[in-house]
Design a protein around this ligand. Structure first.
Ligand code: ZN
Ligand code: ZN
Ligand code: ZN
Length: 260
Protein backbone atom coordinates (compact mmCIF):
# COMPACT_ATOMS: atom_id res chain seq x y z
CA UNK A 1 0.00 0.00 0.00
CA UNK A 2 0.97 3.60 -0.37
CA UNK A 3 3.97 4.72 1.46
CA UNK A 4 3.99 8.16 2.88
CA UNK A 5 6.77 10.42 1.75
CA UNK A 6 8.55 11.91 4.63
CA UNK A 7 7.93 15.57 5.21
CA UNK A 8 4.61 15.45 3.41
CA UNK A 9 1.36 15.12 5.20
CA UNK A 10 -1.86 13.79 3.89
CA UNK A 11 -5.05 15.76 3.87
CA UNK A 12 -6.28 13.85 6.90
CA UNK A 13 -3.17 14.61 8.84
CA UNK A 14 -3.57 18.28 8.07
CA UNK A 15 -7.09 18.22 9.40
CA UNK A 16 -5.91 16.52 12.55
CA UNK A 17 -3.12 18.93 13.11
CA UNK A 18 -5.24 21.95 12.48
CA UNK A 19 -7.71 20.43 14.89
CA UNK A 20 -8.04 21.30 18.47
CA UNK A 21 -9.44 24.76 18.18
CA UNK A 22 -9.92 26.25 14.76
CA UNK A 23 -10.65 24.11 11.72
CA UNK A 24 -12.05 21.06 13.40
CA UNK A 25 -14.40 23.23 15.39
CA UNK A 26 -15.53 24.68 12.13
CA UNK A 27 -15.98 21.23 10.74
CA UNK A 28 -17.89 20.00 13.74
CA UNK A 29 -20.13 23.03 13.60
CA UNK A 30 -21.02 22.30 10.04
CA UNK A 31 -21.57 18.69 10.72
CA UNK A 32 -23.87 19.64 13.61
CA UNK A 33 -25.72 22.14 11.47
CA UNK A 34 -26.24 19.52 8.86
CA UNK A 35 -27.65 17.08 11.37
CA UNK A 36 -29.85 19.81 12.73
CA UNK A 37 -31.18 20.59 9.30
CA UNK A 38 -31.85 16.92 8.73
CA UNK A 39 -33.67 16.62 12.01
CA UNK A 40 -35.79 19.64 11.17
CA UNK A 41 -36.65 18.15 7.85
CA UNK A 42 -37.70 14.93 9.57
CA UNK A 43 -39.84 16.83 12.04
CA UNK A 44 -41.55 18.63 9.24
CA UNK A 45 -42.34 15.37 7.63
CA UNK A 46 -43.74 13.79 10.75
CA UNK A 47 -45.74 16.92 11.57
CA UNK A 48 -47.22 16.85 8.17
CA UNK A 49 -48.39 13.30 8.51
CA UNK A 50 -49.70 13.96 12.03
CA UNK A 51 -51.69 17.06 11.23
CA UNK A 52 -53.20 16.47 7.89
CA UNK A 53 -56.09 14.13 7.44
CA UNK A 54 -55.16 10.80 5.99
CA UNK A 55 -55.28 10.91 2.25
CA UNK A 56 -58.09 8.92 0.72
CA UNK A 57 -56.95 5.42 0.01
CA UNK A 58 -56.46 5.02 -3.65
CA UNK A 59 -58.95 2.86 -5.48
CA UNK A 60 -61.54 3.04 -2.75
CA UNK A 61 -63.17 6.16 -4.08
CA UNK A 62 -65.68 7.82 -1.75
CA UNK A 63 -65.66 7.01 1.94
CA UNK A 64 -69.12 5.60 2.42
CA UNK A 65 -69.03 5.21 6.16
CA UNK A 66 -69.18 8.83 7.16
CA UNK A 67 -71.86 11.46 6.75
CA UNK A 68 -70.43 14.42 4.86
CA UNK A 69 -73.08 16.88 6.01
CA UNK A 70 -71.07 19.22 8.22
CA UNK A 71 -73.99 19.87 10.55
CA UNK A 72 -74.51 16.19 11.22
CA UNK A 73 -74.67 15.38 14.90
CA UNK A 74 -73.40 11.80 14.56
CA UNK A 75 -71.64 11.50 11.22
CA UNK A 76 -70.08 8.14 12.04
CA UNK A 77 -73.06 6.46 13.57
CA UNK A 78 -75.49 5.09 11.13
CA UNK A 79 -76.73 1.71 10.09
CA UNK A 80 -76.64 2.90 6.55
CA UNK A 81 -75.05 5.61 4.41
CA UNK A 82 -76.37 6.95 1.16
CA UNK A 83 -74.45 8.29 -1.79
CA UNK A 84 -76.57 10.90 -3.51
CA UNK A 85 -76.64 10.45 -7.25
CA UNK A 86 -78.61 12.13 -9.95
CA UNK A 87 -81.00 9.22 -9.73
CA UNK A 88 -81.81 9.89 -6.10
CA UNK A 89 -85.43 10.97 -6.01
CA UNK A 90 -86.66 9.80 -2.63
CA UNK A 91 -89.58 11.76 -1.27
CA UNK A 92 -89.91 13.55 -4.60
CA UNK A 93 -87.25 16.01 -3.41
CA UNK A 94 -84.73 17.84 -5.53
CA UNK A 95 -81.50 16.15 -4.41
CA UNK A 96 -79.31 17.87 -6.98
CA UNK A 97 -77.70 20.18 -4.42
CA UNK A 98 -76.43 17.11 -2.56
CA UNK A 99 -75.06 15.37 -5.59
CA UNK A 100 -72.09 13.19 -4.70
CA UNK A 101 -72.53 13.60 -0.98
CA UNK A 102 -72.50 10.67 1.39
CA UNK A 103 -75.04 11.13 4.13
CA UNK A 104 -76.13 9.06 7.07
CA UNK A 105 -79.52 7.52 7.48
CA UNK A 106 -80.94 10.27 9.66
CA UNK A 107 -79.74 13.07 7.39
CA UNK A 108 -81.11 11.17 4.44
CA UNK A 109 -84.48 10.73 6.09
CA UNK A 110 -84.54 14.36 7.16
CA UNK A 111 -83.93 15.61 3.65
CA UNK A 112 -86.38 13.15 2.20
CA UNK A 113 -89.11 14.17 4.62
CA UNK A 114 -88.45 17.89 4.97
CA UNK A 115 -86.40 18.85 1.93
CA UNK A 116 -83.52 20.21 3.97
CA UNK A 117 -80.52 18.89 5.89
CA UNK A 118 -80.71 21.37 8.76
CA UNK A 119 -82.06 19.68 11.84
CA UNK A 120 -85.22 21.16 13.34
CA UNK A 121 -84.69 23.69 16.10
CA UNK A 122 -83.30 21.87 19.07
CA UNK A 123 -85.90 20.90 21.61
CA UNK A 124 -85.87 22.68 24.93
CA UNK A 125 -83.11 21.53 27.23
CA UNK A 126 -84.17 18.59 29.32
CA UNK A 127 -84.92 19.48 32.89
CA UNK A 128 -81.88 19.11 35.03
CA UNK A 129 -82.48 16.69 37.82
CA UNK A 130 -81.26 17.61 41.25
CA UNK A 131 -81.92 16.62 44.77
CA UNK A 132 -84.94 18.45 46.06
CA UNK A 133 -83.45 19.64 49.27
CA UNK A 134 -82.54 23.14 50.34
CA UNK A 135 -78.77 23.47 50.79
CA UNK A 136 -78.95 26.55 53.00
CA UNK A 137 -77.67 25.30 56.34
CA UNK A 138 -79.91 27.71 58.22
CA UNK A 139 -83.05 26.54 56.45
CA UNK A 140 -85.77 25.59 58.89
CA UNK A 141 -87.44 23.06 56.60
CA UNK A 142 -84.91 22.08 53.89
CA UNK A 143 -86.92 19.13 52.61
CA UNK A 144 -90.31 20.79 52.51
CA UNK A 145 -91.07 23.11 49.65
CA UNK A 146 -93.56 23.34 46.86
CA UNK A 147 -90.67 24.17 44.58
CA UNK A 148 -86.89 23.99 44.55
CA UNK A 149 -84.55 26.19 42.61
CA UNK A 150 -81.13 25.30 41.34
CA UNK A 151 -78.93 28.35 41.03
CA UNK A 152 -77.22 28.55 37.65
CA UNK A 153 -75.26 31.20 35.81
CA UNK A 154 -78.55 32.24 34.25
CA UNK A 155 -80.15 32.96 37.61
CA UNK A 156 -80.63 36.71 37.81
CA UNK A 157 -83.92 36.95 39.71
CA UNK A 158 -84.38 40.18 41.59
CA UNK A 159 -81.24 41.58 39.98
CA UNK A 160 -79.25 39.89 42.73
CA UNK A 161 -75.72 38.58 42.46
CA UNK A 162 -76.32 34.84 42.67
CA UNK A 163 -72.76 33.79 41.83
CA UNK A 164 -71.94 32.92 45.42
CA UNK A 165 -74.71 30.32 45.34
CA UNK A 166 -73.83 28.79 41.99
CA UNK A 167 -74.93 25.18 41.74
CA UNK A 168 -76.81 25.21 45.02
CA UNK A 169 -80.40 24.15 45.46
CA UNK A 170 -82.72 26.38 47.45
CA UNK A 171 -86.24 25.86 48.66
CA UNK A 172 -88.88 28.34 47.61
CA UNK A 173 -88.63 30.25 50.90
CA UNK A 174 -84.87 30.66 50.83
CA UNK A 175 -84.91 31.45 47.11
CA UNK A 176 -87.54 34.13 47.60
CA UNK A 177 -85.72 35.53 50.61
CA UNK A 178 -82.47 35.86 48.68
CA UNK A 179 -84.25 37.32 45.69
CA UNK A 180 -85.92 40.02 47.74
CA UNK A 181 -83.23 40.69 50.37
CA UNK A 182 -80.00 39.57 48.72
CA UNK A 183 -79.17 37.36 51.68
CA UNK A 184 -80.13 33.93 52.91
CA UNK A 185 -80.23 35.04 56.53
CA UNK A 186 -83.78 35.32 57.80
CA UNK A 187 -84.64 39.01 58.03
CA UNK A 188 -86.27 38.79 61.44
CA UNK A 189 -85.18 36.69 64.37
CA UNK A 190 -87.78 34.05 65.17
CA UNK A 191 -90.23 35.66 67.58
CA UNK A 192 -90.11 34.45 71.13
CA UNK A 193 -93.27 33.75 72.99
CA UNK A 194 -92.81 36.45 75.53
CA UNK A 195 -90.16 39.10 75.55
CA UNK A 196 -89.42 41.23 78.56
CA UNK A 197 -89.97 44.88 77.83
CA UNK A 198 -86.98 47.15 77.82
CA UNK A 199 -86.15 48.92 81.08
CA UNK A 200 -88.11 52.11 81.44
CA UNK A 201 -91.01 50.80 79.41
CA UNK A 202 -94.42 50.87 80.84
CA UNK A 203 -97.67 49.03 80.54
CA UNK A 204 -99.42 50.28 77.44
CA UNK A 205 -102.90 49.32 78.63
CA UNK A 206 -104.42 52.80 78.91
CA UNK A 207 -106.50 51.97 81.95
CA UNK A 208 -103.68 50.26 83.83
CA UNK A 209 -103.68 51.36 87.49
CA UNK A 210 -99.93 51.06 87.95
CA UNK A 211 -98.37 51.11 84.47
CA UNK A 212 -94.83 51.70 85.73
CA UNK A 213 -94.89 49.43 88.73
CA UNK A 214 -94.17 45.88 87.82
CA UNK A 215 -91.51 43.32 88.45
CA UNK A 216 -91.86 42.20 84.87
CA UNK A 217 -93.16 43.56 81.60
CA UNK A 218 -94.29 41.46 78.70
CA UNK A 219 -94.25 42.36 75.04
CA UNK A 220 -97.15 40.66 73.32
CA UNK A 221 -96.44 39.16 69.94
CA UNK A 222 -98.30 36.92 67.53
CA UNK A 223 -96.58 34.04 69.23
CA UNK A 224 -98.02 34.78 72.65
CA UNK A 225 -100.35 31.96 73.62
CA UNK A 226 -100.57 32.25 77.39
CA UNK A 227 -103.72 30.80 78.91
CA UNK A 228 -105.08 29.76 75.54
CA UNK A 229 -106.37 33.29 75.06
CA UNK A 230 -106.54 35.15 71.76
CA UNK A 231 -103.71 37.60 72.12
CA UNK A 232 -103.74 38.75 68.51
CA UNK A 233 -105.50 42.06 69.18
CA UNK A 234 -102.83 42.92 71.77
CA UNK A 235 -100.02 42.32 69.26
CA UNK A 236 -97.16 44.71 70.00
CA UNK A 237 -98.46 45.88 73.36
CA UNK A 238 -96.33 45.88 76.47
CA UNK A 239 -98.13 44.77 79.61
CA UNK A 240 -97.23 44.91 83.22
CA UNK A 241 -97.33 41.69 85.14
CA UNK A 242 -100.75 42.40 86.59
CA UNK A 243 -102.34 43.15 83.22
CA UNK A 244 -100.61 40.22 81.61
CA UNK A 245 -101.86 37.83 84.25
CA UNK A 246 -105.36 39.32 84.11
CA UNK A 247 -105.62 38.84 80.38
CA UNK A 248 -104.11 35.41 80.55
CA UNK A 249 -106.61 34.27 83.13
CA UNK A 250 -109.74 36.01 81.91
CA UNK A 251 -109.19 36.97 78.27
CA UNK A 252 -109.77 40.65 78.99
CA UNK A 253 -107.74 43.59 80.21
CA UNK A 254 -110.68 45.09 82.06
CA UNK A 255 -109.99 45.01 85.78
CA UNK A 256 -112.35 42.82 87.70
CA UNK A 257 -115.05 44.58 89.66
CA UNK A 258 -114.82 47.90 87.88
CA UNK A 259 -112.91 51.00 88.77
CA UNK A 260 -112.48 51.94 92.38
ZN1 ZN B 1 -75.71 12.79 9.00
ZN1 ZN C 1 -84.51 26.71 52.47
ZN1 ZN D 1 -100.70 47.12 83.35
Amino acid sequence: AGQKEEGKTTYEDEMEEAGGEGESFHFVWWKGAEQQAEAQEENKESNKSNNSAPAPKSGEGVDRSRCTYEGCARPNESCRFYVITKDTKAGGRDWSSLLGMVICNSCYARFRDRGRLEPPIAAAKPLVHFEKRCTYEGCSRPGESSRFHRITEETTAGGRDWRGLLGRVLCERCYTRYRSAGTLEPAVAPPKRTILAEPGQRCTYDRCLRPCESSRFFRISKETHGGGQDWSRLDGMVLCNACFVRFRNRGTLEPQGGQP
